[in-house]
Design a binder for this molecule. Structure first.
Ligand code: B1M
Length: 218
């Protein structure tokens, strides 16, 4: 529908402009129009944040713009969160997941989205936030008797931390009981195999599917 396409464009632009209030207003409008919140995120807001990321990579946008885009993105996703939860209609607890962005990395938007979708689908999620050390992640996994650890990394310099956590889990004999999934923009299937993770996915919906498969809950 032309109106929806126009709305997606405005959403992307609100992120590019770093206009959090506008992003929230557009997210609310999408709820009123009963647009699937996952479409709102991927076809609207993510288009904007990807564009600003590319511009930043080329030196054509600067850190303050990246920060403002990130804030606008967070505000939009927070507005959509109740709708995302409704999508899941969880009935039983499928398993316990410890989720974090790895040490040295403060990118939280994708990780939080994965957490929301996992919760909505019936997983009990312990979200440790960003910049989480291996010690913190493993300690929490032991404390809550986790079935799965999910680690997000957005920087090529921090993705190595995922391997460190896996090596530590192996050393402590906690695998294969605790499964590990990894994700984030630079993470590939090759990387996941190389570090002996149990899997990776490109997006939040894929992460839920993978978590269910790994825990035999499909
Ligand atoms: Co940063 N940043 N950033 N940044 N930032 C990137 C990642 C970058 C690619 C931009 C670029 O240069 N083109 C680049 C990394 C380059 C590299 O490593 N090769 C970069 C850089 C360089 C930096 C700084 C170093 C900049 C600086 O200070 N000079 C700095 C690092 C700070 C740090 O972490 N120590 C930095 C800071 C920031 C902000 C704080 C300003 C902000 C984050 C705000 C926040 O999170 N609160 C920010 C942002 C917004 C970005 C971009 C533009 C967007 C990231 C995002 O939120 N995407 C990003 C460019 C890009 O990725 N295109 C960029 C939307 C989100 C929904 O997608 O996070 O990919 P994503 O999550 C997806 C999937 O990846 C997957 O599902 C999610 C939902 O579909 N997924 C998983 C994610 N985690 C998963 C886990 C799973 C499974 C799937 O299982 C557990």
């Amino acid at each position: 529908m032309a109106e929806t396409e126009e709305l997606y464009k405005q959403m992307a632009q609100s992120i590019i402009d770093g206009e959090a209030e506008q992003a929230v207003a557009l997210a609310q409008k999408s709820i009123e129009l009963q647009i699937n919140p996952l479409d709102t995120i991927t076809k609207g807001f993510v288009t904007g944040v990807s564009y600003i990321g590319e511009q930043f990579g080329k030196g054509e946008a600067f850190l303050p713009e990246l920060v403002m885009a990130g804030e606008a993105m967070k505000a939009a996703i927070a507005t959509l969160e109740p709708e995302l939860i409704k999508l899941g209609q969880a009935r039983e607890v499928l398993g316990r997941v410890v989720l974090a962005t790895v040490e040295g990395d403060i990118h939280e938007i994708g990780k939080t989205l994965v957490g929301t979708m996992l919760s909505a689908s019936g997983f009990e999620v312990y979200d440790l936030g960003v910049d989480a050390s291996a010690e913190k992640i493993i300690g929490k996994a032991i404390e809550v008797n986790a079935d799965l650890i999910g680690m997000s990394a957005l920087l090529t310099t921090t993705m190595v931390r995922q391997r460190e956590v896996i090596e530590e889990l192996d050393k402590e004999g906690l695998r294969p009981r605790i499964k590990v999934i990894v994700g984030g923009a630079p993470i590939t299937k090759d990387w996941a195999e190389k570090i002996k993770a149990d899997g990776t996915s490109e997006d939040a919906v894929g992460a839920v599917k993978l978590a269910k498969q790994l825990l035999g809950k499909e």
